[in-house]
Design a protein around this ligand. Structure first.
Ligand SMILES: Nc1ncnc2c1ncn2[C@@H]1O[C@H](COP(=O)(O)OP(=O)(O)OP(=O)(O)O)[C@@H](O)[C@H]1O
Ligand SMILES: [Mg+2]
Length: 453
């Protein structure tokens, strides 16, 4: 059966690249650039999922996007809306979730994350459709180093049990991938794998996300909303970035894990929690426990089994295999012929340091292949020139612990990181933050940020 997605974004390049990406994953896609066409197109095309940008240049406040969401939800409640938002409208995205949007992604988003969000939505809300699932990539864990085989041994041993697992490791080491592998090798493999990112989530949003709510539970709860505890029934609940959870939310989570029951907001009936819990973090929870920012009792409950993933420098032997794997993926995803890679290049790649671990290596390989596919070979120099312009750390934006910094400081850091991500391009940065160029400049000046050129 056809799986249809409508993209609403006034940025034509965003539309074009999303269309390409989604089509390659097997979806039918239409794009429109102006919100006024949205209702007509929805009526005609009958999409299952709508990707809605919150910032239109006609109105960068995002209010327009919210209104659009309300109209869509009112007229087409069966449609699942994913909001795409810049930093400036993050608050509105949270509001949008309360009003019924299924998910939101902050720019710059990660393609894999987008695809997995869409595929989860198809799994959860459009299950009457075919069971094959073009959006989700099969979990392939590449590598045969000793460090990785130790990890995989533990995965094989713990997967069949229902024990909660804590996956730790630096950013980009494959924590999410391992969590998926645990699910796929468990007795719950036929059940759902539900991921929730706890980074930067407020206590209110945490509650409505996990517990769900009934219509009228609080102002703005216009309809019932299934929480992730319910959606993960019979499967695995992956709590990503658990170290970012506020103390208040930690208490709420702990109670559910202890009692194995939860109550949907606004309803008094308690339901049994039937989900295996896997958590991940790149922070040191024992340190946080010592500092008093993470509850010790919660820590012991979630880490019945702890798996620390090795950084890429601890498994250099895997680098050639990983590079080959990523090259193959670029080849099929973009339909290009990847040039020959001499041994010398593999050697060079194996000796570099990657603070962003596998994610950084993957980005490097993808970019180098895309920029050099017309060459005869991929020499180490081609990789080197891309590596030198890449931000060394991972470009993923990590929100700081709630309560630890001011909003202004967060804004400042966000701007610096987004500038780095876009190699200091003002126009790309302003677009991805949902700011006009002049308001970005005003903030750069206000915070005294240095823009390299
Ligand atoms: N062993 C592996 N084989 C193939 N791909 C991998 C492997 N490990 C990680 N990757 C890829 O590297 C990227 C980063 O992995 P993942 O998102 O699981 O990392 P993470 O530890 O959750 O990072 P973060 O802490 O930043 O969230 C993903 O695209 C993933 O598919
Ligand atoms: Mg992750």
């Amino acid at each position: 059966m056809e799986k249809k997605i409508l993209v609403i974004d006034d940025d034509r390049t965003v539309c074009a690249s999303l269309k390409l990406l989604l089509k390659r994953s097997g979806y039918s896609v239409r794009t429109i650039h102006h919100p006024t066409e949205a209702m007509d197109m929805t009526a005609e095309f009958r999409p299952h999922v709508v990707l809605l940008d919150m910032n239109f240049t006609i109105d960068t406040s995002g209010k327009h996007g919210l209104k659009m969401l309300d109209r869509l939800m009112a007229q087409y409640p069966q449609v699942s809306v994913i909001l795409i938002t810049g930093w400036a409208t993050l608050q509105l995205a949270v509001e949008g979730m309360k009003r019924g949007a299924k998910d939101f992604l902050a720019k710059p988003w990660d393609n894999k994350q987008l695809l997995s969000s869409i595929s989860t939505i198809f799994q959860l809300y459009h299950t009457k459709m075919t069971s094959d699932d073009p959006g989700s990539e099969e979990t392939v864990i590449v590598g045969d180093s000793l460090a990785l085989s130790r990890v995989m041994d533990i995965v094989d041993r713990v997967a069949p049990t229902d024990a909660s697992v804590l996956v730790t490791g630096e950013s980009g080491t494959g924590k999410e991938l391992i969590a998926e592998a645990i699910h796929q090798r468990s007795k719950r493999a036929d059940g759902p794998f539900v991921r929730v990112n706890l980074g930067g989530i407020s206590t209110t949003l945490f509650e409505s996300e996990l517990f769900g709510h009934v219509k009228g539970a609080f102002t703005g709860a216009h309809s019932d909303r299934e929480g992730r505890f319910t959606l993960a029934q019979g499967g695995t609940l992956f709590l990503d970035e658990i170290g970012e959870l506020s103390l208040e939310s930690q208490v709420k989570l702990l109670r559910v894990l202890q009692e194995k029951t939860y109550e949907v907001l606004g309803s008094s009936r308690s339901r049994r929690l039937d989900a295996r819990i896997v958590c991940a973090t790149n922070r040191s929870l024992p340190e946080m426990v010592a500092e008093g920012t993470f509850r010790e009792d919660l820590y012991y409950r979630i880490n019945l089994i702890e798996m620390r993933l090795p950084s890429l420098s601890e498994r250099r032997d895997d680098i050639p295999l990983l590079v080959k794997h990523f090259l193959k993926k670029v080849q099929s995803l973009y339909d290009i012929e990847v040039p020959y890679v001499p041994d010398e290049t593999y050697q060079w790649l194996s000796q570099q340091s990657y603070s962003g671990n596998i994610r950084q290596l993957k980005n490097l390989v993808e970019r180098t292949a895309l920029l050099n596919y017309h060459e005869k070979e991929l020499t180490y120099k081609s990789f080197q020139s891309i590596m030198s312009v890449e931000p060394s750390a991972t470009a993923r934006i990590k929100l700081p612990q709630v309560g630890s910094v001011t909003l202004e400081e967060m804004e400042r850091q966000m701007i610096i990181k987004t500038l780095q991500y876009h190699n200091q391009s003002i126009s790309k940065t302003s677009r991805s933050l949902g700011l006009t160029r002049s308001s970005l400049y005003r903030r750069i000046e206000k915070y005294g940020i240095e823009v390299e050129s």
